[in-house]
Ligand binder design. Structure first.
Ligand code: ZN
Length: 151
């Protein structure tokens, strides 16, 4: 598979998730819910998080966002469900590094399906769209724990 085919595939995945977002619903008994807003683009989402024994028991989102933001939210919910707090933080760091840094040391293998978002680093405006759900999730994680991390 050459680079162009891969780009097409990535685009298909993003389009699919933006048109049919997964876990797009409200969790009534969420342990925490945080709203995220990206004024540059107008993305506005709310992440619902339900933690049990420090694990993501359930996660969902609602809101209005562009295709990148909606697809990123959708894929994030799929990727973090069932993971524990530490694993979610690791995934956040990997994802953030992949989309926000401009060096090429990112190994797509470590990102799994989230590798489709590596392409957004070429579009600085879009980086915020892709990372908004992750920042919102991080805030939701910290709120439920009531402990401020040093990071
Ligand atoms: Zn956006």
């Amino acid at each position: 598979m050459d680079v162009n085919d891969l780009q097409d595939l990535y685009q298909q995945v993003i389009l699919d998730h933006s048109r049919t977002p997964r876990n797009f619903r409200v969790i009534d008994d969420a342990t925490s819910t945080v709203e995220g807003f990206n004024p540059l683009c107008g993305d506005q989402i709310r992440v619902f998080l339900s933690m049990t024994n420090d694990k993501v028991d359930d996660i969902s989102f609602q809101g209005k966002g562009c295709a990148i933001c909606t697809a990123s939210s959708s894929m994030m919910t799929q990727q973090v469900k069932g993971k524990d707090r530490e694993q979610v933080h690791q995934l956040f760091d990997r994802f953030h590094h992949a989309v926000a840094s401009d060096n090429d040391t990112v190994d797509p293998e470590t990102l799994g399906k989230l590798a489709v978002f590596i392409g957004v680093r070429k579009y600085p405006m879009r980086v915020k769209c892709a990372s908004l759900p992750w920042h919102t999730l991080k805030a939701a994680l910290e709120q439920s724990n009531q402990v401020v991390t040093t990071e």
